[in-house]
Design a protein around this ligand. Structure first.
Ligand code: DC
Length: 221
């Protein structure tokens, strides 16, 4: 029997770091669906399109080849034959991804790809609408969140440690803007599924959050 675990939540709640670690422990693959929206956003940016404008973005989907490959259990995302796993992490791609993700045709375009992976693999899939739309029958659903301030704080530390000169308030504003946009779009907005378990990591460090998630998942498996 294939087991699917859905994790949804806002940007910067630690979904990917926590889910990666928990998947390894369980022997599941980890699927980061945000990477798909980022790839569509990156492609539109490269073509000079306004990522908020559906009329400009929808034609870019024609013949677009986005795929996920798993190398030693690790997800890589491809645009045609180009591995764009690093390119999609640039800061301007985050908002572009959020913009294109509000376009219904973009969501339809990526839907089957996500469903097919989940049908064939034991996986932890993370995103915004996994428990509500993509995998409504997932065995376990988790809504992972933390206060916007805690998330901005973590992001600030992460970038500062990388030697980047960043402004905390700007990061906080960006996080709030993306939360607002992801939670208030008409189609598949970010929200906690009725049957999802709420995990709030505001007061937890990474190790505690991973431990808590593993415990919660094992109790429900
Ligand atoms: O998880 P992330 O920050 O890489 O996602 C980038 C954007 O993609 C996010 O702001 C909203 C969108 N997204 C979505 O709409 N649905 C998903 N399942 C995953 C991401």
């Amino acid at each position: 029997m294939i087991v699917n675990i859905a994790i949804d939540g806002p940007a910067g709640a630690g979904k990917s770091t926590i889910a990666k670690s928990v998947s390894k422990e369980l022997g599941f693959i980890y699927v980061d669906t945000g990477a798909l929206y980022r790839t569509v956003g990156l492609n539109a940016l490269r073509l000079g399109k306004d990522t908020k404008n559906a009329e400009e973005v929808v034609p870019t989907l024609e013949g677009l080849d986005v795929s996920l490959r798993f190398v030693n259990g690790e997800q890589r995302v491809f645009l045609g034959e180009e591995d764009v796993s690093t390119a999609i992490r640039q800061n301007e791609v985050s908002m572009a991804a959020s913009n294109v993700s509000a376009i219904p045709r973009v969501r339809e375009f990526l839907f089957d790809l996500q469903r097919d992976i989940a049908k064939k693999n034991n996986c932890i899939m993370d995103g915004r609408d996994i428990g509500t739309v993509v995998l409504p029958d997932a065995k376990i659903k988790i809504y992972l969140t933390a206060s916007a301030e805690a998330r901005a704080d973590r992001r600030f530390k992460e970038l500062t440690e990388k030697g980047q000169n960043v402004d905390y308030h700007k990061i906080l504003e960006e996080i709030k803007a993306r939360d607002y946009q992801d939670m208030n779009r008409e189609i598949a907005p970010l929200k906690q599924a009725d049957d999802a378990i709420l995990v709030d990591t505001t007061e937890l460090n990474l190790e505690q959050a991973i431990e808590y998630m593993l415990k919660t998942i094992k109790e429900h498996l």
